[in-house]
Write a protein that binds this ligand. Structure first.
Ligand code: UDX
Length: 433
């Protein structure tokens, strides 16, 4: 099928490339000419395992094109996927500006019946509104319909998550749309849940927020473990043998970040409250626990040191998790802001996240190109992301290089006894100090 994909962020680009891999003829649309030229040359604008290789493979097979010419792309396509960003507004609701811009262009461009598939995470009910908007703006006599197709890919494993998805969720309101969606997704050979649009939209939120709940729950358990002398890693392991609980998303740490969990929790909470006067008590707790958890390391260190004036601090890990260059809602920002306010001198290191921090902080921070340089001569090291190279860094080197080996580890990268034996003053989450 001829498919256009609007937006080449994580979701759009990965979706486009994977649809092309499944045999569809895909045109990816972006307003950014430089980005389009880059993708045209076979390069990925984002760091994502396996993506660049797949881009080159489907390009060689003639299955994908990149363009800024949205009108032609939408008009040529039988189906248009909307995968543009829905960033969080100041008030916590989802900003749908880009979705509506795209819908306007689609309505103005198409000359034949078109199915529009919304992949962007949008508040419940939005797909219906977008469909009405398209119907009001499209040329008379054309049939235009919206299907919901929420995205479950996680950054770092996006290609694998799409090609080997646990399920494909389709929300449609007619057999016409259902048939087209099955035609698109049958080659993926994955379980398909086909339902109405509201249920599809809700599946996305309910799934993401359930995972955020698991993380917040284990973080709260971890904080309590510290008080009673229990070890959260062992507690989580002990829980995980029960198949009803499972072993995923039970890693205690400095809270969840990224482009999805923080935004989705707030978006559903506010939608329920503002539009239905519904109090989502679980989501309220998740947000509150996470807000505390992301600055836990800073406050723990403040308790120990009193203040940070003139203290030389290293921050290892800036991305919201390992395996991505994405720093959105990373706990590192919140801790660094507090440390700067207190007069700390900060050197940061991350294998992928430095450019985003340089853009945000400029000369307020120092930027190291490796762990050795970052920790050399420092009084305190904070660990924010569990990159393999950080996890594999030998305890003895912290002792050899730091002026005083105080480590606050928000990702439980090391064994407490190994750190202690090496002479590190080691704090981690939910474990014995
Ligand atoms: C998430 C969902 O997993 C994905 O299905 C959805 O489509 C988008 O949101 P992503 O944001 O890429 O994906 O990251 P994920 O791996 O889910 O991690 C989210 C955050 O939770 C990260 O900050 C991570 O460090 C944290 N986390 C995750 C934990 O602290 N502990 C865990 O056990 C798991």
């Amino acid at each position: 099928m001829k498919i256009a994909v609007a937006g080449t962020g994580y979701v759009g680009l990965v979706t486009g490339v994977c649809l092309a891999e499944m045999g569809h003829d895909v045109t990816c649309v972006d307003i950014d000419e430089k980005k389009v030229a880059l993708m045209d040359s076979g390069k990925s604008p984002i760091y994502e395992a396996g993506l660049e290789e797949l881009m080159q493979k489907v390009a060689a097979a003639g299955k994908i094109q990149y363009t800024t010419d949205a009108q032609t792309a939408y008009n040529d396509a039988e189906t248009v996927f909307i995968a543009v960003g829905t960033p969080e507004s100041e008030d916590g609701t989802a900003n749908l500006e880009y979705v509506y811009q795209t819908a306007t262009t689609i309505a103005e461009s198409v000359d034949k019946d078109t199915l529009v598939v919304v992949k962007s995470t949008v508040p419940i009910g939005t797909n219906e509104i977008i469909e009405q908007f398209l119907k009001d703006h499209v040329k008379p006599g054309l049939h235009i319909e919206v299907a919901s197709n929420p995205e479950f890919l996680a950054q770092g494993t996006a290609v694998k998550d799409t090609l080997e998805a646990s399920r494909i969720v389709i929300g449609v309101e007619s057999d016409w749309a259902k048939e087209k969606m099955y035609e698109i997704f049958s080659p993926f050979n994955q379980p398909i849940v086909c339902t109405n649009r509201a249920s599809a939209e809700m599946i996305k939120y309910a799934s993401n927020i359930f995972l955020a709940l698991k993380v917040s729950y284990i973080n709260e358990i971890a904080n309590f473990c510290e008080l009673i002398g229990a070890d959260v890693e062992t507690v989580a392991k002990g829980m995980s043998y029960d198949p009803r609980i499972g072993d995923k998303f039970l890693k205690a740490g400095i809270g969840f970040g990224g482009s999805c969990f923080p935004k989705d929790t707030k978006a559903l909470f506010h939608l329920a409250k503002n539009e239905y006067d519904f109090d989502f008590k679980t989501i309220d707790s998740i947000i509150s626990i996470n807000n505390d958890q992301k600055v836990r390391l800073f406050y723990k260190a403040k308790d120990d040191f009193g203040n940070f004036l003139g203290k030389k601090v290293a921050v290892l890990g800036l991305t919201f998790k390992a395996g991505t260059d994405d720093t959105r809602e990373s706990a590192a920002y919140y801790n660094i802001d507090l440390l700067l306010e207190e007069g700390a001198e900060i050197t940061v290191y991350d294998p992928e996240g430095i450019p985003a921090f340089e853009k945000e902080y400029g000369k307020k921070l120092k930027y190291a190109t490796n762990i050795d340089d970052a920790i050399n001569g420092k009084d305190i090291t904070f660990i924010m992301t569990d990159w393999a190279e950080i996890k594999n860094y030998p305890a003895e080197r912290f002792v050899a290089l730091m002026s005083d080996a105080n480590i606050y580890d928000g990702r439980n990268c090391y064994e407490t006894k190994v750190m202690k034996a090496a002479g590190v003053d080691y704090y981690s989450i939910g474990r014995e100090k």
